[in-house]
Design a protein around this ligand. Structure first.
Ligand SMILES: *[C@@H]1O[C@H](CO)[C@@H](O)[C@H](O)[C@H]1NC(C)=O
Ligand SMILES: *[C@@H]1O[C@H](CO)[C@@H](O)[C@H](O)[C@H]1NC(C)=O
Length: 417
């Protein structure tokens, strides 16, 4: 891809994320799971035809994107039962500890006793989110709000033996985004020259305090970020060269030339193996990710790509992910209401982007249907489990926990080889 074209793609991708976040005053913004993700080890190049099919953003049966059959619900997610590992294991997440470390908001938890200690996962949220999204409210984190994809990701990291450390971006009032790696200016970051990479410095400080204090310093350190947090994760090696053993970047990419820039800063420490999890429905971002992967591969960095595709809503889907807030009966009723209103297609894929008001908007449909107990459900943008899950099913731009096991398998595989 030639440079002007690439610039255009990046600008378009950023604009899309910006607009999504802006227009989400009443809809929860973007952010992301997928055992049912299509998996490719090599980035596909020039396969834009398939993507163009979904430009209209209406998931219809003919869509290439929905390709083939829906993936079965994973065993961890409960299979065909209403109970997922997550809904049965919420108590394990009550150890999330809220702390302000030198003025920086962080929530962290060590793996349960008896679990192996394999590593530390630093987590960077997306815009409009924070560290408190990754644990349920508990005595050690009363302010935690527990969103389903975040909770499931935390849970599966802990069970696998990873300590999880989530930090909030400095911006806590308006966008709540991270400082942008795209706005890094012409100079490479040199943290010795002052505090310009503020968010990165804050994270470094938190890790420097928490890891030695909790006896976690000798474990390999990984980073996972989504959307704004994904770009942030790609900036971490510049500020902490040689410190990370792997980066998980969801629904985001980085500016071209990043690896080169890094190498001018540090020739000795390798760039960490990097996994991209993205949603091909977002064609601009898919292109940016392809470019990033090419650049990293050309620089002999190990990469992997996982594509998260739309999936159908099932009657049990919401209770498997949002219990106890959504019980089995409510889950079935939610499905029935959306089905009856024509919000789902014949195969139960969402026909409309849940962040839009198309098709009457799912919130309107639920109100109209007079769903019992609707007032108990969190429906407001930013804090709604149902909104997050519908976004994930639509697979436009959302955090995804389903890829957690694949991510950890891959990290452990590349470390061992
Ligand atoms: C949670 O994450 C696991 C591991 O990646 C995945 O298998 C599962 O589908 C996810 N969702 C739920 C609800 O368990
Ligand atoms: C590069 O990174 C390594 C590992 O963190 C570090 O030991 C070394 O001092 C760094 N070099 C420069 C020039 O910053």
């Amino acid at each position: 891809m030639r440079l002007p074209m690439l610039r255009f793609v990046i600008a378009a991708a950023l604009l899309a994320v910006f607009i999504l976040n802006l227009s989400s005053k009443h809809l929860r913004p973007v952010f992301g799971s997928t055992n049912y993700a299509g998996k490719v080890l090599e980035p596909t190049r020039g396969s834009n035809d398939a993507r163009r099919v979904v430009r209209g953003h209406f998931g219809s049966i003919g869509d290439e994107l929905l390709g083939g059959r829906p993936a079965p619900n994973s065993k961890a997610a409960g299979g065909n039962t209403p109970y997922s590992l997550l809904s049965k294991s919420m108590h394990l997440l009550s150890g999330g500890k809220y702390e302000e470390i030198e003025g920086v908001e962080a929530v962290w938890q060590a793996p349960p006793t008896g679990a192996p200690r394999r590593g530390v996962m630093f987590i960077a949220h997306g815009c409009n989110h924070g560290a408190i999204d990754w644990w349920p409210s508990s005595p050690s984190c009363p302010q935690c709000i527990g969103l389903p994809e975040e909770l499931n990701l935390t849970l599966h990291c802990l069970l696998r033996g990873y300590a999880v450390v989530a930090v909030s971006s400095a911006a806590r009032r308006a966008s709540r985004c991270w400082q942008s790696i795209f706005g890094g200016g012409g100079d490479p970051w040199d943290y010795n020259q002052g505090s310009s990479p503020v968010d990165w410095m804050r994270v470094r400080r938190v890790l420097d305090v928490v890891l030695p204090r909790e006896g976690l310093s000798s474990l390999p350190l990984f980073a996972l970020g989504a959307s704004s947090g994904g770009a942030f994760a790609l900036g971490l090696p510049l500020v902490m060269p040689g410190r990370f053993s792997g980066l998980g970047v969801q629904i985001m990419g980085g500016p071209p030339g990043l690896l080169q820039r890094y190498r001018t800063l540090n020739q000795s420490a390798p760039w960490p193996p990097t996994l991209f999890v993205h949603m091909p429905r977002d064609t601009n971002l898919a292109q940016l990710v392809t470019e990033n992967i090419r650049e990293l591969q050309d620089g002999n960095v190990r990469t992997r790509e996982i594509r998260v595709r739309p999936q159908p809503l099932t009657p049990l889907y919401l209770t498997q992910r949002c219990a106890p807030e959504v019980d089995e009966q409510t889950s079935r009723e939610l499905y029935d209401a959306l089905k009856a209103a024509g919000y789902l297609d014949a195969r139960d894929y969402l026909r409309f982007n849940p962040r839009s008001q198309h098709g009457g908007g799912w919130r309107g449909i639920l109100k109209e249907a007079g769903l019992a107990g609707l007032e108990r459900l969190r429906l407001q943008p930013e804090v709604s489990p149902i909104a997050e899950e519908l976004n994930l099913l639509y697979a436009g731009h959302e955090l995804c926990s389903e890829t957690t096991t694949d991510m950890l398998d891959w990290f452990e595989g590349v470390m061992g080889s």
